[in-house]
Design a protein around this ligand. Structure first.
Ligand code: CA
Length: 503
């Protein structure tokens, strides 16, 4: 496999010293929500820079082929906690339950001598296990309720800022302690409805951002499930709820309820109106239609999304600065990743769920003591994070985990026989006012090809990602590619057998 790792001699030497086993690193995982690689500067700078994530990547390892196993919020967190695919850990959808008999990452790190904390979004049905401290963020972005062991308290302030404050405070309490810490910080604000923090509302007010090549995709040649998906920017975003337009008559989604729903104070609302008001007036006057209307919606959506991302990047910057001030930078391994990627207008969509690249891929950057500097092109998944963190902590990785430690890759070592394919599965069938109707599917991706299967339609899709990076030419059933399709079908069956998929 192609590799572009540049070994850092100093880091490699440090890696080999017993200090990491005897004096183990703190582990800080900064985990965002729905953060696509296309909105991380060190992956793709067409839309934005993310100075703090980019700086972390510059002094650490960036995984260029980092994927999830099931592109949706709750299941991704269950994979993180168990090192098991969704079908194996039981959390296949946002509502189904995580198996109770499995050891979870926090418990395993506690057993290895770590103080553990989780702060921010949780999105799993049961309370945290294995965390000495937990503070779970719920509710709106401008007034966030935090649930702790002591109860639930609403706090006025933007979710990103409050989560950052709590993370810095908790890490400060660990300074001077005898145990290393593991902190899992879960930002929420890059998730729908993309309500930016007040200090980032002014970004991107002038000029348009570039559109993706497939904003006006017609879904030709693909499964009917792609066309049926309710994630279209053109059709499925709610005017007030998502697009911040002054629309009434949509009940809880309309403008009359917006202050309450978003938890805005009068000050928030005044600031909000000062930015969106004039733009909304111009929009209503222009009476846009057709492609022009889609383009306007895309710009409103992508700018709010990137404003929210800017807040998270700034939060990471504050967290890293606090580590440096406390002298913890040299003893703390920092991971930046997201629960999954997101469609930023590709295929005309917002949201995630599909195995197509924008939602399937997710950022993964790791930096700190013993971590080499460079890029790794090997295929990795969120499945690998639990084994990796246990490995970095000097703890045993339980044999039942399906992920593999990235420790050697992070040390700059090539790994013979590293996996040449990853498995994906999506299970959720949703309904109701805000639903997405993505059909369950599963598939395999190698370094170049992707094959996916949609059982509802008994339909296959096959893409050559080198020739067709936007995944618009479905080669399944094309006789020229029959051999390739047979090979990938067999590879997919092997992976399903290895991971013990029973359905
Ligand atoms: Ca998510």
């Amino acid at each position: 496999m192609r590799r572009t790792v540049s070994r850092s001699l100093g880091s490699a030497l440090l890696w080999g010293l017993p200090t990491l086993a005897g004096d183990r690193p703190n582990l800080l995982v900064v985990y965002s929500d729905d953060h696509a690689q296309a909105a991380v500067g060190c992956y793709d700078s067409k839309l934005c820079e993310t100075p703090h994530i980019d700086a972390l990547a510059a002094r650490g390892t960036r995984f260029t082929r980092s994927f999830v196993t099931n592109s949706i919020c709750g299941p991704a967190r269950a994979v993180f906690l168990t090192g098991l695919h969704s079908h194996a850990n039981g959390q296949t959808t946002n509502s189904a339950g995580l198996r109770e008999d499995l050891p979870q990452l926090g418990e395993l790190l506690q057993a290895a001598g770590y103080q553990t904390g989780v702060i921010g979004k949780w999105h799993l049905p049961r309370k945290p296990r294995g965390f000495d401290h937990w503070s779970l963020a719920r509710g709106s972005f401008y007034t966030t309720s935090f649930e702790t062991a002591q109860g639930t308290q609403p706090e006025v302030g933007h979710s990103t800022d409050l989560i950052t404050d709590q993370a810095i405070e908790w890490m400060g309490e660990q300074v001077g302690g005898e145990q290393p810490f593991f902190l899992w910080v879960n930002y929420h604000a890059s998730h729908r409805v993309w309500d930016p923090s007040p200090e980032h509302l002014g970004l991107y007010r002038d000029g348009d951002l570039p559109e993706p090549a497939t904003l006006f995709d017609d879904y030709a040649g693909r499964t009917p499930a792609a066309e049926a998906t309710q994630m279209r920017i053109a059709r499925d975003l709610f005017p007030a709820y998502d697009l911040k337009l002054p629309v009434t008559g949509e009940g809880i989604l309309d403008d009359a309820a917006i202050n309450r729903r978003k938890g805005m104070t009068a000050e928030h609302r005044a600031l909000w109106d000062s930015f969106y008001g004039p733009e909304n007036e111009a929009f209503l006057e222009a009476k846009l239609a057709g492609d022009d209307l889609v383009r306007w919606k895309y710009q409103r959506y992508i700018k709010d999304y990137l404003r929210s991302v800017a807040g998270i990047d700034a939060g990471l910057g504050r967290i890293l600065a606090s580590l440096a001030e406390r002298g913890l930078s040299e003893s703390t391994i920092v991971v930046y990743t997201s629960d999954q990627g997101f469609f930023l207008g590709e295929h005309g969509w917002y949201d995630k769920r599909w195995m197509y690249e924008p939602a399937f891929a997710t950022p993964l950057v790791v930096a700190g003591p013993g971590i080499t500097t460079g890029e790794v092109d090997d295929l990795v998944q969120n499945l690998d994070l639990a084994p990796t963190l246990l490995d970095l902590a000097g703890a045993n990785v339980p044999a039942h985990m399906q992920g593999v430690s990235l420790g050697q890759l992070l040390a700059g070592e090539a790994v013979e026989g590293w996996r040449d394919a990853v498995y994906y599965e999506y299970h959720q069938r949703d309904s109701g006012r805000i639903s997405h109707t993505v059909a369950p599917h599963y598939g395999v991706r190698t370094d170049r090809y992707k094959l996916l299967y949609v059982p509802d339609h008994d339909q296959w899709e096959l893409y050559d990602l080198a020739q067709d990076p936007h995944e618009i030419q479905n080669l399944a059933g094309n006789s020229e590619y029959a051999g390739l399709q047979r090979m990938l079908t067999a590879r997919l069956a092997e992976l399903r057998e290895r991971y013990e998929v029973s359905e």
